[in-house]
Design a protein around this ligand. Structure first.
Ligand SMILES: NC(=O)c1ccc[n+]([C@@H]2O[C@H](COP(=O)([O-])OP(=O)(O)OC[C@H]3O[C@@H](n4cnc5c(N)ncnc54)[C@H](O)[C@@H]3O)[C@@H](O)[C@H]2O)c1
Length: 258
């Protein structure tokens, strides 16, 4: 592992949900490289184990937990176990999420409910359980992973965009209510990132359509997202609160080239 020059998270305990996936895995490795102990939460136990193994193989510290972020009992048991084993929780990265694409006219109730439950209710449940632990400690930093889909209209993204827009609104209210208790809450909105999720959801056509519009000429990497999350999770972001950092290679603000 390339050791961070700063080790700015030395002595801190972090939970990363969806930590077995692309962005969550890169974030777990990056927070560990910055000195944090990382609890990798994922519904896919094997994926969580593999990421925790990769952290340890690189000299970092991590544990893995099978957690369903939509299940209050599953979340509260794992959060309580991390809190008691580690003496508190300093950082939460709310990241577990998936997209299901359907045109607005064909979107099914079942898909609407599933995606909202995972991408928004899951953030509420984990955010609330961990924030209560942070209140007991008197400090904490929460980073919610939203999406560029919340900022512009992309086809077949109605429920995903609604859920991720909800994450931004939730982030603002959490930041407002929790700031006096010593907890900061921010979000990032990744543009298209090359992970299993985007490989599943993006056709060759839609991948090229995005590449053509991204001023930096490439998709984001999980490490690009991990770098932004690590900043917001660190003391370097001490006075950043309630905001959403867009990490998209310039896509959202791209105009028309002459
Ligand atoms: N990949 C992109 O292009 C992109 C763009 C914008 C935002 N995002 C967001 O980034 C986050 C991570 O996405 P990714 O691309 O790394 O996806 P990914 O599919 O690689 O990882 C998602 C992880 O979440 C886990 N997960 C799913 N349901 C869960 C549950 N109920 N409880 C716990 N864990 C669960 C999965 O097992 C998986 O490991 C998501 O919130 C996604 O919406 C991704």
């Amino acid at each position: 592992m390339s050791q961070s020059l700063l080790q700015r998270l030395e002595g801190q305990v972090a939970i990363v949900t969806g930590g077995g996936g692309g962005i969550g895995g890169a974030t777990s490795r990056r927070l560990a490289a910055d000195g944090a102990f990382v609890a990798v939460f994922d519904i896919n136990e094997a994926a969580a184990n593999a990421v925790a193994d990769s952290v340890r193989a690189a000299g970092g510290r991590a544990s893995s937990w099978r957690v369903d972020v939509t299940d209050r009992n599953s979340v509260s048991a794992a959060v309580a176990a991390v809190e008691s084993e580690c003496g508190g929780i300093d950082i939460l990265v709310n990241n577990a999420g998936l997209a299901r694409q359907a045109s607005f006219l064909e979107l099914k109730d079942e898909d609407w409910n599933f995606i909202l439950n995972l991408n928004l209710t899951g953030y509420f449940i984990v955010g609330q359980e961990v924030a209560r632990a942070m209140v007991r400690k008197g400090a904490g930093r929460i980073v919610n992973v939203s999406s560029l889909a919340a900022h512009y209209a992309a086809g077949k993204q109605a429920v995903y965009a609604a859920a991720k827009g909800g994450v931004i609104a939730l982030t603002q209210v959490m930041a407002f209510e929790l700031a006096p208790l010593g907890i900061s809450v921010n979000a990032i909105s990744p543009g298209p990132v090359a992970t299993e999720m985007s490989a599943r959801n993006m056709s060759a056509h839609s991948r090229q359509a995005r590449l053509d519009r991204i001023p930096q000429g490439r998709l984001g990497t999980p490490e690009d997202m991990a770098n932004a999350i690590a900043f917001l999770a660190s003391p370097d972001a001490a006075y950043v609160n309630g905001t959403t950092l867009i990490v998209d290679g310039g896509l959202l603000r791209a105009g028309i080239r002459e």
